[in-house]
Design a protein around this ligand. Sequence first.
Ligand code: MLT
Length: 396
Amino acid sequence: MLKPNTRYGDLKEAYLFNTIYRKTNEYLISNAGKKVFRMGVGDVSLPLCPAVIQALHAAVEDQGRAATFHGYMPEAGDPALRKAIAEHYRDGGVEMDEHEIFVSSGACDDLGDILELFERDNSVMVIEPAYPEYVDTNLLAGRRIIHLSSNEEKGFLPEPCEEARADILYICSPNNPTGAAFSRSGLQAWVDFANEIGAVILFDAAYEIFIEDKEIPHSIYELEGADRCAIEICSLSKTAGFTGTRVGYTVVPRNLIRGGMNLNEMWARNRETRTNGVSYILQKGALAVFTPEGQRQIRDNLRIYKENAACFMRALEAAGIWYTGGKNAPYLWMKCPDGMSGWGFFDYLLKEIQVVGIPGEGFGACGRGYFRFSAFGNPEETKEAANRLYHLLERG
Ligand code: MLT
């Protein structure tokens, strides 16, 4: 008899971000005429940059002419795009072979798919508070999950420890949701730990473009030994506004070997079976991101998001509230006032100032009492939301 995956019953009733959308819509229905300021889900608000739009248009035209038409794309990505990404890494001081880069339809897809490299009886370590996908995908696969709590005292940047001993280690830096980012030495400690215990790090680098501080690495491969233990998962969603366009890339180094098997070759083989590649049109759009013009233009958008983050930082500092993030990340993680829970603060903000954020406990139990804001909102609305937040916190 067919057996469905009963572990679906172990998931929370709804995915966190869908719960936020639902609650916001319910508020709007029962409060007709009110405007809400959506600072919750980290979806971008600025359009794709002109270089990308131009490339997308040209690629659409290509598909309409026999001479330039493309059918199936190589599963691992357009060689021109893989090469451009390798050069981008090189510009950042990391040497990489283009065959170590796999173009994807976004980090979210690859974060789940990459688990096909590992048996289900491997254990997994997730630093919490965490992006919910890390937990959900492994719950569904039936893996044992170690929930390593991080805390305010350590700036939400835990060090490796006995409790963290697992086969697969998730690290996201700059972090979603806390916005905290590992220093070079902090991340090196995790790389050394992984190599020592034979684990593989799944390094989520979706927010690297937001890094300002020199001592924070943009790529895990800036660290000694990372090519022997880490897979890096990257996205154009937040760097270039591709949340609705869907292109990312994953790096699986050739030196990554476990149990005598080469994970780069395994992933190449996986892609052959599991995908027919990302569409020609989208890859052309992605290629434009890596041109000098594209890089200039995405950085213009980045400045706007950084100013959004600065608005929240100023509001929280002026109100004397503890927070992390915002400087090297598009997320701000604040301590709720008066011992409120994250969900309590969510309801309070929505009712009093119509600002939406995300309760910390949505990212794991140790997030209780904290709250996340995203800096990806519309700039005018972000200013207003930060201003309302400041006045509300001041009022107490
Ligand atoms: C978030 O709000 O954390 C983002 O939307 C995450 C994502 O990219 O899926």
